[in-house]
Design a protein around this ligand. Sequence first.
Ligand code: SF4
Length: 187
Amino acid sequence: EYADISLKDIDQVSKSSFPLCMRHLFEKLREDHHLKHGGRMQLGLFLKGVGLKLDDALAFWRAEFTKKVGAEKFDKEYAYSIRHNYGKEGKRTDYTPYACQKIISSAPGVGDHHGCPYRHFSEDNLRAALGRMGLSSRGMEDVMDKVRNKHYQLACTLTFEAVYGTSCDAGINHPNQYFEESQKILK
Ligand code: SF4
């Protein structure tokens, strides 16, 4: 078990340990101060999975959303679903973070930022994002080759191996697994 992440570390950890799908959602949230429903679910449950506590999660989303909407609107329209994800509302189901398969098979529409970048980004956007993660042109071609063959999780695994300079024999099948494997290496 890795240590739960706290709010003050979240930006640094997002850069060091989040898989591309979550880095993208995190950056868009910081940039736009908003995410549509699919993005809030995908990122919110992932953050719960990395150990962000409910109070910190509320503070995190509130700080971004209230740059655009009033605090009252946030509390009325968005806070409920965050508590809901943590099993504090409705049927009190403890919702689990999405696995890669579910994310890859989702269908993000215009203005949505959820989904799997290997599956849903244009080639240009994916190359730019991989460049920002520090991939060499050789590493990038290996990743793009997997993408062309629709092996999105293998593309993500190759990215992991290039970023951390180590093999990931299990392969990536869950964003939270990516996070945990990376934390093991960085610790
Ligand atoms: Fe996220 Fe999985 Fe896609 Fe990697 S393969 S970017 S962890 S959905």
